[in-house]
Design a protein around this ligand. Structure first.
Ligand SMILES: [Zn+2]
Length: 49
């Protein structure tokens, strides 16, 4: 069961990044290091709820 979720950057830009996750394997909110084009570096993105 894959679900489409949005990840929001923890920087001031609030960039969003769409991904999929398996809720059975990942019941908790996920965090990913992703590139923020506005920061021009990798920042932490958190699952939005
Ligand atoms: Zn940023």
């Amino acid at each position: 069961m894959q679900e489409i979720i949005s990840l929001v950057s923890t920087c001031e830009h609030k960039s969003t990044y769409w991904t999929r996750k398996n809720k059975k394997q990942n019941p908790d909110k996920i965090e990913r290091k992703k590139y923020c084009p506005s920061c021009r570096k990798r920042v932490l993105f958190r699952e939005k709820k």
